[in-house]
Write a protein that binds this ligand. Sequence first.
Ligand code: URA
Ligand code: CA
Length: 434
Amino acid sequence: MRMVDLIEKKRDGKELTTEEIQFIIEGYTNNSIPDYQMSAMTMAIYFQGMNERERAELTMAMVNSGDTIDLSAIDGVKVDKHSTGGVGDTTTLVLGPLVAALGVPVAKMSGRGLGHTGGTIDKLEAVKGFHVEIENDEFIRLVNENKIAVIGQSGNLTPADKKLYALRDVTGTVNSIPLIASSIMSKKIAAGADAICLDVKTGAGAFMKTLDDSRELAKAMVSIGNNVGRKTMAVISDMSQPLGFAIGNALEVKEAIDTLRGDGPEDLTELCLTLGSHMVYLAGQAATLDEARNKLNEVISNGKALETFKVFLQSQGGDPGVVDDPAKLPQAKYIIELEATEDGYISEIVADEIGTAAMMLGAGRATKESIIDLAVGIVLKKKIGDQVKKGESLLTIHSNREQIEEVKQILYKNIKISKEKVPAPILVHEEITH
Ligand code: URA
Ligand code: CA
């Protein structure tokens, strides 16, 4: 087989066979196919697309390019949840203990990564003592015992995707549905998920800005998962404004605790109940979505969800005392109110720009080397549709620097107030199961 023939084939809009897809991924992983040929191939895929079979086979070829995690020693159906990324998305912190409280095993492998705030691990490390450096057998023991544990990314998972994603990043080929869908799904499958629950964000703060694009990505991922024997579903949820109130690491841990107690922001709570219902249902712990939702509400009101969070923190060295006393979390030196400059209704809170403001305070990493300040961030007081009076607080800025004029300017510019009443955005647009 010659790569050049395969490039021409895809360029001309033809289907690649199973063997050809394997040849490409194996060759690119072992460096026998050079970047320049792979660049041409990704551009051909960008323009010509891939059908369902090709997408599933590309995904599995990437899964097989490296190690895969074997979670078979964990009892029950391992349902993984993945979000395509948003601003102040606190769902993972809430969903883990929430579904674990119902006996759904949560074996989470997580990373740090770049972004407006840290990843799940960074956020959890805001709890004093909490660590994810545990051995694999300890990880498995903890999930069997407590139904939840988090471990740092280890091993050589999907090396093909790592190389390919970096190449796409510099060749204008990130934005291709088959390439994005196979990239995300390969990582979930390699990490050992039996079933996958996807939260595809849509809106200004999301990777996919329009509902049509988000739906196409969601459907592509759901079809890949189901075609390779992993029950997969997707929710399309709003990311025009940040989710919940808190954007920042310790601040989001506190928000997760509030939500697990039943006192969380309405949108975050609702999204967690929606995603959680699907996870519980996929795990076979409820016969219907309604039954799953009732059970979730029950563990919130009877305190079991919060108790599961405490046990989880303690089992990985964290101080469970933060749950009853969130003041034990890292606190910023300055808490500054941002006051509304006019009367009206909040019409826009541009999610990605608010995220940038949080990152400028130090909540996230701009480069791999950046050090995160776990205490800092933003807590919204108002969301889209809320009425506001001049002088009222729009949000609080938690900062370790006193001088934050630049941050304030970004926030003012990206929180818009209109004279007319504005409806709150739709939170869950669609639930896609096939
Ligand atoms: N996230 C991924 O993991 N892969 C992509 O291709 C795009 C977003
Ligand atoms: Ca939040």
